[in-house]
Design a protein around this ligand. Structure first.
Ligand code: PLP
Length: 454
C-alpha cells in the first residue's frame, strides 16, 4: 500500500475504512455529507487516528465542537464521575444540579451586567428556534430579520433563516413565514459595491429603506446575526456592522439575538466574538464547543425576555442532559484557566499571518481573512471578476486529507477553505498542518500562476 507521509500507513481511504464506507453507503442516506473518506479509531488533542492506523492533524475540530481539543482528561474524568451517579431524569421531571450550575455560569461569562436566564437544549438549531420563540412571545411581534450568507441550522425555521440554497434549502420548501433577509457586510464582495471602509455603513443604511419596503420595524420581534459567518464562509464584517445592528434593534424595540454557535468559546480569541465589540446582546445562542463534543445548545438572555413565556412552554426531553452540562462546566473552567485564551490568540495570529502570506504568493487566493483562530481563504479563478473556484477548493480539501490534514470548506459558493483548529494545538503541529495546506494550495494554483495578481 502506498504511503503518502510519515503519519499515513495506507492510502486514504485505507482498506478498513473502504469496507465501512461500503456499509455506510448501503445504510446511510447520501444527503448526510462527509468530508474525509475514513472512519475514526481514536482522537487526542489535535490528532485523529483512523481504523487503518493513519493519523491526521485536525484543522476541523469536529466542526468546531472541540475547541478544547479531543478527549481531554479533565472532561472524560468528569463524565465518568457523572455516569456513575445517574444518566438522565429529564429536567422537567426531576431537577439536577449541573443544569442550574451551568445556567449560573453562562450568566456570568456572557457579556452584560444584568440578570440573565438560560434554557438548555440539544443543538445549535434548537437553541436558535428557542431564541426566536422567546423573542416573539416577549415582543408580541411575529417577524424576524436574518442575513444573506447566514447559517442557523437545518430545522424548518433555522433552514428558513439560512441563506445558502444548495444544499441547505433547495427542494425543502415551503419555508417558515415572516422571515426577512438583509445583506450582510461582506467586504470582499460588498453587496453595495463599497470599499472596506464603507461596506458596513452601506448595509446599515439599507435598513432605512428595508423598513419601508420589506417589513415595518414595529412588526419585528428579533434580528438574528452571526458575528462572523460560519457555514457562510467566515466573513468578518467591518467593526461598525454589529454595533450598528445592535443600535437599530434598541431604537426599535427589537430583540438583538447573536448566534455564537460557531464563533463562541474562544474561537475568535475571546470567549465570545461580541466581546471584540463590547456588545451586550439581548439573547445569545450557543452550541458546538460549549460541551467539548457532547450535544448541547444554550440560549442565554435578559431575564425579563427569557422569563416571558409561561410555565410549560419551553424545554424538551433531553435538553441540557446531565453529561453535556458536566462537560460544559469543565470546558468553561479550562477556558478560564490562565494561558488558555492567550494561546488561542497566538494560534489565531500564526494562522492569519500564514494565510496573508499565502494570499501574497498564490493568485488563486482572492481573500484571506479571520478573527482570531476563525480564519479562511477564499479561492477565485480570477481576481478581477472574483469568479469562485469551487472545484479547486474541493481539490485543496482532498489533497489535504490525502496528506494527513483534516480541513473543511464553507461559503455560499463552496470556494472557501476554513480553518477550525483545536485552540490547544501546539505550534509545531499547527505549522505542519499549515505546510500541508500550503502544499495543496500551491498544487491547485499551478494553472493560475501565470496570471497577474490584482
Ligand atoms: C452559526 C450557527 N448556528 C447554528 C448552527 C446549527 O447548529 P447545530 O448543527 O448544532 O444544529 C450552526 C451549525 O453549523 C452554526 O454554525
Amino acid at each position: 500500500m502506498k504511503k503518502t507521509s510519515e503519519n499515513l500507513k495506507t492510502e486514504i481511504p485505507g482498506p478498513k475504512s473502504k469496507g465501512m464506507i461500503e456499509l455506510r453507503e448501503k445504510y446511510v442516506p447520501r444527503g448526510v455529507f462527509n468530508t474525509v473518506p475514513a472512519f475514526i479509531e481514536k482522537a487526542k488533542d489535535s490528532l485523529i487516528t483512523d481504523i487503518d492506523g493513519n493519523t491526521f492533524i485536525d484543522f476541523a475540530s469536529g466542526l468546531a465542537t472541540v475547541n478544547v481539543g479531543h478527549s481531554r482528561k479533565e472532561i472524560t474524568e468528569a463524565l465518568r464521575v457523572q455516569i456513575e451517579k445517574y444518566l438522565h431524569t429529564c429536567f422537567h421531571v426531576f431537577m439536577y444540579e449541573p443544569y442550574v450550575r451551568l445556567a449560573e455560569k453562562l450568566a456570568e461569562i456572557t457579556p452584560g451586567n444584568f440578570p440573565k436566564k438560560t434554557i438548555l437544549v440539544n443543538s445549535g438549531a434548537e437553541a436558535v428556534e428557542n431564541a426566536i420563540k422567546v423573542s416573539r412571545y416577549f415582543t408580541k411581534r411575529k417577524s424576524v430579520i436574518t442575513f444573506e450568507h447566514a447559517f442557523h441550522g437545518r430545522t424548518l425555521l433555522t433552514m428558513t433563516l439560512t441563506s445558502k440554497l444548495r444544499y441547505y434549502k433547495l427542494g425543502f420548501g415551503p419555508f417558515a413565514p415572516e422571515v426577512y433577509r438583509m445583506p450582510y457586510a461582506y467586504p470582499y464582495r460588498c453587496p453595495f459595491g463599497s470599499d472596506y471602509s464603507n461596506c458596513a455603513v452601506a448595509c446599515l443604511d439599507h435598513f432605512k429603506s428595508f423598513f419601508k419596503t420589506h417589513v415595518d420595524p414595529e412588526e419585528v420581534a428579533a434580528v438574528i446575526v452571526e458575528p462572523v459567518t460560519g457555514e457562510g464562509g467566515f466573513i468578518v464584517p467591518p467593526p461598525e456592522f454589529l454595533p450598528g445592528i445592535a443600535r437599530i434593534c434598541k431604537e426599535n424595540g427589537i430583540v438583538f439575538i447573536v448566534d455564537e454557535v460557531q464563533t463562541g468559546f474562544g474561537r475568535t480569541g475571546e470567549m465570545f466574538a461580541v466581546n471584540h465589540y463590547n456588545l451586550e446582546p439581548d439573547i445569545m445562542v450557543m452550541g458546538k464547543s460549549i460541551a467539548a463534543g457532547l450535544p448541547l445548545g444554550a440560549v442565554t438572555g435578559k431575564a425579563e425576555i427569557m422569563n416571558a413565556p409561561e410555565v410549560g412552554s419551553l424545554g424538551g426531553t433531553f435538553g441540557g442532559n446531565p453529561l453535556s452540562c458536566v462537560a460544559s462546566l469543565k470546558v468553561i473552567e479550562i477556558m478560564q484557566e490562565e494561558g488558555f485564551m492567550e494561546h488561542a490568540r497566538r494560534v489565531g495570529e500564526l494562522i492569519n499571518e500564514r494565510l496573508k502570506n499565502m494570499h501574497e504568493k498564490y493568485y488563486i487566493i482572492g481573500d484571506a481573512r479571520g478573527l482570531g483562530a476563525m480564519a479562511a481563504i477564499e479561492l477565485v479563478k480570477d481576481r478581477v471578476t472574483k469568479e469562485p473556484a469551487k472545484e479547486e477548493a474541493a481539490e485543496v480539501i482532498k489533497q489535504c486529507y490525502k496528506n494527513g490534514l483534516v480541513i473543511m470548506k464553507a461559503g455560499v459558493y463552496d470556494n472557501v477553505v476554513r480553518l477550525l483548529v483545536p485552540l490547544i494545538i501546539d505550534e509545531g503541529l499547527l505549522l505542519r498542518g499549515l505546510d500541508i495546506l500550503e502544499k495543496a494550495v500551491r498544487a491547485v494554483n499551478k494553472g493560475y500562476s501565470s496570471k497577474k495578481k490584482a
